[in-house]
Design a protein around this ligand. Structure first.
Ligand SMILES: [Zn+2]
Length: 270
């Protein structure tokens, strides 16, 4: 039997997929991508991810508020988020974290410390989501960009009650070692297939079985040979091919490693 893979990070609630979600799920099924985790980026998106998970057996949901949308968030999302987290198909909290890379340019009339204000809001939302995760007994999907140290500093005090997966990991082997030494996981997108992604492959190389997972982050980051096109869950197979080469193993063994890691990190996957 062909090996099974999971797409552990997909934004299927985005409008990009509205017109052909049924066909896309058919293609995933045909490719043996048997579980797909939809990631919420705010409360509405999280609710949509849950509705999709209710409608499709292969789909699960992660609920949270993405740092890039921090400005639009209410001051306190804990109560609402905790309610969503109790859903049987919600397998983690996120994506949450800190992003210094994609901050908006301050428009005329906006405060000069706009970036600091946004970063404070991101950090507050990150704490709130970690609190909800700890209370719900769930792990977290972490998004960080250009904020590795800050992200670790916020996350570390919670790690006796929750774990994080650093999604779309691109920070190289030294950073990967730090993440793994904290008992957290790393997860790889189609970037792994890009010729230039030498550092990303180096970080996978040092990750032992059980500490890494595969994802698409679709509609973004389609692997080669679809680079630049809309990404979808079935393309995770191309990332799996690249990962198997890096790990000097076959797809069957890689399937066991990555799906096994997903089941222990997301126990509600079943
Ligand atoms: Zn994402």
């Amino acid at each position: 039997m062909a090996p099974i893979f999971y797409d552990t990070h997909a934004h299927l609630d985005f409008p990009d997929f509205e017109s052909d979600i049924a066909e896309l799920l058919q293609r995933a099924k045909a490719a043996n991508v048997s579980r797909i985790i939809g990631i919420g980026t705010d409360l509405e998106s999280s609710r949509r991810a849950i509705r999709l998970a209710e409608a499709h057996e292969a789909l699960f949901a992660v609920v949270g508020w993405h740092p890039n949308h921090a400005s639009e968030a209410p001051d306190d999302i804990r109560d609402e988020l905790a309610k969503l987290a109790a859903h049987p198909k919600v397998v983690a909290i996120g994506e949450t974290g800190i992003d210094r890379y994609r901050l908006p340019a301050p428009a005329p009339g906006q405060p000069s410390d706009l970036h600091e204000m946004i970063l404070r809001k991101q950090t507050r939302l990150f704490h709130q989501q970690l609190e909800v995760a700890c209370a719900a007994g769930l792990n977290c999907v972490i998004h960080q960009r250009a904020a590795f140290e800050e992200t670790l500093a916020v996350l570390t005090p919670y790690l006796d009650r929750t774990k994080g997966v650093f999604h779309c990991f691109v920070d190289g082997a030294v950073a990967a070692r730090r993440v793994l030494s904290l008992g957290c996981l790393v997860s790889f997108t189609g970037i792994l297939t890009f010729k230039s992604a030498v550092d990303v492959r180096a970080s996978l190389e040092m990750a032992s079985p059980g500490t890494f997972m595969l994802e698409t982050d679709c509609p973004f980051l389609a692997p080669v040979p679809y680079r630049g096109k809309r990404c979808e869950p079935s393309y995770v197979l191309h990332t799996a091919d690249a990962a198997a080469q890096v790990k000097h193993t076959d797809l069957q063994a890689l399937s066991a490693m990555t799906c096994g890691a997903a089941h222990s990190f997301f126990p509600k996957l079943g």
